[in-house]
Design a protein around this ligand. Structure first.
Ligand SMILES: [Zn+2]
Length: 423
């Protein structure tokens, strides 16, 4: 009778012994016998990435992505747990019933584990408790129009009331931080007009307002996809003064800049938009300085038909990137902790993001000596567009294990993850 189910041996930095889906030991020369041994010689052994910001749009808009293709892409990229946003599924996840519908859509289909964000929208504050009971990681609100009719932006009163309720429930509120009052009327319909219409000041104003409201209500605040170093500094300064506030950024704000939007068009359109190179470099500096808590893909796909045309305002925004999170992190030196342990800890996802005894055996093996060119045909998304096509990426992802089993072997095994109790 072997000691353990699985031994991943010979990799850097440690061997990993797995039993019953959990890590039971890590170290070198563990001296254990295993039912199955995986030779990881020459490979880097990392915890599966936790992507805290994806839009899989299922149910309702599964033709935009869907749980099967979305999680397959995530797993191919080394992600073992995703946190899905309340939009752009239909119905959006704004009450208990829509939460159940989303779990039903994912159950038996998802090949990675998943957790769900609830939505905070005008009129649903009384339904946040029901979402909390079912296990959302927190509540996402838009401070500017979301671009989709079934998910309305919050006014300040709704945001304040929602934050007070979230504080009572012990869950964070996440905000898309852009102030509509500071968005500018475009002069034309081109890419530069789009960029000019969503200036950094709109982001900074919204972050500051969200912090004031969060401090006033005792709410834990998370700012999604911060696009400027100044935005990250506002968050870091508030935290230094005792506020419970975190922020994430996305690989596209660290890798691309506004010239890329002009060059690539719709595939690189997002909100907040890509920034000038100097802003991108400032954001990188804040990441290095520790102001940014973690990095998430904000995978936000749409059919190619919605990405066609030269009217920068009419084409759909959103960057597809959930398959590239780990590869981009390795390529631009984002510490892997920022795509695994940190988001898992922030949203109290039990057993995720760590290679240590007791944790889920979510493991990625990467050949760091290899280089991979991102090719559209290798993408597992429903719609194979990416602003990174042609980019040389560091490393090759060799295998992804979810709770001790190689993803792709056998039935989909993704499970709903609920946050652990606070404290
Ligand atoms: Zn998003």
């Amino acid at each position: 009778m072997p000691d353990v189910d699985l031994l991943i041996r010979g990799g850097d930095p440690v061997d990993v012994a797995v039993d019953d889906g959990r890590i039971v030991a890590t170290g070198v020369e563990l001296g254990l016998t295993a039912a199955e041994t995986v030779d990881a010689t020459g490979l880097r052994v990392l915890p599966g990435a936790v992507d805290a910001h994806v839009h899989f749009n299922d149910p309702g808009r599964a033709d935009w992505e869907g749980w099967a293709s979305g999680t397959a892409a995530a797993a191919a990229g080394g992600t073992t747990c995703v946190v899905d946003m309340p939009l752009n599924a239909h119905p959006p996840t704004v009450d208990a019933d829509s939460f159940r519908q989303k779990v039903e859509a994912a159950d038996g289909i998802a090949v990675t584990d998943f957790a769900l964000w609830g939505g905070l929208v005008p009129g649903n504050v009384s339904r946040l408790a029901g979402l909390a009971e079912l296990g959302v990681v927190g509540f996402k609100a838009f401070m500017s129009p979301s671009g989709i009719d079934d998910f309305e932006a919050v006014d300040d009163d709704t945001l304040r009331e929602g934050m007070a309720e979230a504080a009572r429930l012990g869950l964070p509120v996440a905000v898309h931080a852009e102030s509509p009052a500071l968005l500018r009327t475009p002069a034309g319909r081109g890419w530069r007009d789009y960029l000019a219409s969503r200036p950094p000041v709109a982001e900074l104003d919204a972050i500051a307002r969200a912090i004031v409201l969060a401090v006033g209500t005792g709410c834990s605040l998370h700012v999604v996809h911060v696009s400027t170093g100044r935005g990250a500094r506002l968050v870091a300064a508030a935290r230094a003064h005792g506020a419970d506030v975190t922020c994430e950024t996305c690989p596209h704000y660290l890798v691309l800049d506004e010239d890329d939007l002009e060059r690539l068009g719709a595939v690189a359109k997002c909100a907040p938009p890509l920034r000038p190179r100097a802003e991108r470099d400032d954001l990188r500096a804040e990441l290095a300085a520790g102001s940014i808590d973690f990095v998430a893909s904000d995978h936000s796909p749409a059919p190619a038909s919605m990405k066609e045309g030269d009217d920068a305002f009419a084409v759909w925004g959103g960057i597809s990137g959930c398959q590239s999170l780990l590869a981009l992190a390795l390529t631009v030196d984002i510490p892997t902790e920022l795509i695994a342990a940190r988001p898992a800890a922030r949203f109290r996802l039990p057993g995720k993001g760590r290679l240590e005894p007791g944790a889920d055996a979510d493991v990625v093996l990467v050949d760091l000596a290899a280089e991979t060119e991102l090719r559209a045909e290798d993408l597992r998304y429903r719609h194979r567009h990416s602003p990174y096509v042609g980019l040389r990426l560091r490393g090759r992802i060799v295998a992804t294990f979810l709770r001790g089993r190689r993803v792709g072997d056998g039935e989909p095994r993704g499970r709903l993850m609920r946050p652990a109790p606070p404290g």
